[in-house]
Design a protein around this ligand. Structure first.
Ligand SMILES: Cc1cc2nc3c(=O)[nH]c(=O)nc-3n(C[C@H](O)[C@H](O)[C@H](O)COP(=O)(O)OP(=O)(O)OC[C@H]3O[C@@H](n4cnc5c(N)ncnc54)[C@H](O)[C@@H]3O)c2cc1C
Length: 237
């Protein structure tokens, strides 16, 4: 299997980086090919802008997604986007590895998503969810958190973790057609003992060694909706 691991943490010796290294080591030991995009180390530009296109459909007014489609067709996407896109299309499994910032991903990673998951390849028209452009590939999110496990869930102070990760798990990864595996979560990372952190690394290794057994999370299928994307079961038009 080909694996693209996108890592976003500003500190090279962070615990999140230890999870990245654990993933690379474990997956390579199993014979998988792994490429890592270490966004801070690459000095990745996370800002979607007109500079992302060397030719424009409409030079007067920027409609970013439409220009992405032209960029795909005419191969005029910025070189850094094209390189990441090539890695993404090569990969059978995409791993996003990052610390939770404000219930979300660091801006660096959000900017990778904005710029690399291009319209015209990853989605477009009615190609989303199970019809998304990246269908057939898998995705895994591995996150570190400051919060404790009991702070997440139904009735817990922060609500369910799945709600917090919804923009990434559903609105991004499932949207472009990836089979999204349940996330790997290391809780309360800065406040626990070094031994407890080692246990997270060991359980991540175990998880990665048994990825084939993971069932993807259920998301909507377009066949459950009519042409106007109203749910077939409760069509209220
Ligand atoms: C802007 C911002 C917003 C945030 N928002 C949220 C939020 O919404 N919700 C939330 O829960 N948290 C939030 N946090 C907290 C953040 O998610 C955690 O601080 C982060 O995930 C911890 O992981 P880390 O990799 O940065 O840990 P680090 O601070 O890098 O590491 C923790 C400790 O692990 C040690 N370590 C490194 N490698 C190893 C190893 N191999 N084995 C054992 N120990 C090791 C390090 O030396 C360090 O002592 C936020 C933080 C910031 C900066």
């Amino acid at each position: 299997m080909n694996v693209l691991l996108v890592h976003a943490h500003p500190e090279p010796r962070s615990f999140t980086a230890a999870l990245r290294d654990q993933a690379v080591e474990t997956l390579q030991a199993q014979g998988h090919q792994v490429q890592v995009s270490d966004l801070y180390a690459m000095d990745w530009n996370p800002v979607a802008s007109a500079d992302d296109f060397s030719a424009r459909e409409n030079p007067e007014y920027l409609v970013y997604a439409l220009e992405q489609r032209l960029g795909v067709k005419s191969q005029t996407l910025a070189a850094d986007i094209q390189q990441e896109l090539d890695k993404l299309l090569w990969a059978d499994l995409l791993i996003l590895n990052f610390p939770i910032y404000w219930f979300s991903a660091p801006a660096m990673l959000k900017g990778w998503i904005d710029r690399v998951l291009v319209s015209g390849i990853c989605y477009g028209g009615k190609r989303f969810y199970d019809q998304g452009g990246l269908r057939g590939k898998k995705a895994l999110v591995s996150v570190t958190l400051g919060g404790r496990e009991h702070m997440f869930g139904e009735g817990a102070i922060h609500g369910p973790l799945e709600d917090m990760l919804r923009p990434i798990l559903r609105g991004t990864l499932a949207y472009v057609g990836l089979d999204v595996l349940p996330p790997f979560v290391a809780w309360h990372v800065p406040y626990i003992s070094a031994e407890a952190r080692q246990e997270f690394l060991a359980s991540y290794q175990q998880r990665l060694e048994n990825l084939g057994q993971d069932q993807p999370i259920e998301f909507p299928r377009l066949s459950q909706f009519d042409d106007g994307l109203y749910p077939l079961a409760q069509n209220t038009r």
